[in-house]
Design a protein around this ligand. Structure first.
Ligand SMILES: [Mn+2]
Length: 287
């Protein structure tokens, strides 16, 4: 794997570049001191149009430069993605270009989602299950140059399992993370952060059954996560699920931090029919 060539950067970009390199270490506490403000975006799943609309609604200015994007962020805010950039939606390469470019510029952070990690396995030729959703991503990537696929593999492989931010007050993890595992680089922390609290059982539709860890969460950090699509963002204890199923025809949602305000953009259409209807939020509340 070849590394990106270093270019001379203006002094102002150096701090951002340093943040980027720290984040590249996969170390979940490398950015513990980063205070934000952050705009945390839920599972994008290749929904580029909705991502651009959401960014615009939050005051980001995005200009296309050929296939790349030039982004000006509002008041030094940083975008942060909860992972699952790919699969199901129509434009995974565009989403990846945008997020990778912003990551390089130090204006976006991203963590791994289970679909991103699965794509890494498939691109490396390892054994993995190619779902219909992923087949769509692979088709989209096949139309891109080999150098882009290599850069995607490099980028996705380096994503941390989760991030601890704002001196420990904010944790971003794709499927969430219980307090005892926050800041850990261990395999159990990565498994929980990517897949959630799995019971090992499957439901009638063949999907894994997960414990609702957030119902018992009493941690000090606000945990922002996605992974399980709901019809609306849901606060539960000190956690929020912002996966509102954009690829399934729902919404793409962001949580603005520290404001704790959500903003949702409706999907332009159903890109991928869900295997089971989104659970109504009330069925997940408490016990
Ligand atoms: Mn997921």
């Amino acid at each position: 794997m070849t590394r990106r060539k270093k270019k001379a950067r203006p002094a102002g970009e150096r701090k951002a570049a340093l943040l980027h390199r720290l984040a590249e270490t996969r170390n979940p506490v490398a950015l513990r001191k980063a205070r934000g403000p952050f705009d945390v975006v839920g599972d994008v799943h290749g929904c580029l149009d909705e991502l651009l609309a959401l960014m615009q609604a939050m005051g980001y200015r995005v200009e296309r430069e050929g296939k790349e994007f030039a982004v000006t962020q509002p008041h030094g805010r940083t975008l942060a993605f909860v992972g699952d950039l790919v699969d199901r939606g129509p434009a995974a390469p565009g989403v990846l270009r945008l997020v990778m470019g912003m990551s390089r510029a130090g204006t976006a952070l991203c963590i791994a989602g289970n679909r991103d990690a699965e794509l890494v396995r498939v691109l490396r030729g390892g054994a993995a299950q190619v779902t219909r959703g992923m087949a769509r991503t692979l088709d989209q990537l096949a139309a891109e140059p080999e150098s882009f696929r290599a850069a995607v593999l490099d980028f996705l492989h380096e994503l941390p399992s989760h991030l601890v931010l704002d001196e420990g007050r904010l944790v971003i993890a794709h499927a969430g993370l219980k307090e005892a595992l926050q800041g850990r680089s261990s395999a159990p922390a990565r498994a929980f952060a990517l897949h959630g609290d799995l019971t090992g059982k499957k439901d009638a539709t063949g999907l894994p059954v997960r414990r609702i860890w957030a119902a018992e969460y009493r941690g000090k950090a606000l945990v922002v996560h996605g992974h399980t699509p709901l019809s609306a963002p849901m606060w539960l204890n000190n956690t929020i699920n912002i996966d509102t199923g954009c690829a399934y025809g729902g919404h793409l949602t962001a949580l603005r931090y520290p404001e704790r305000v959500t903003l949702s953009i409706p999907a332009k259409r159903i890109y991928y029919p869900p295997r089971r209807p989104f659970p109504p939020n009330h069925t997940l509340k408490g016990r």
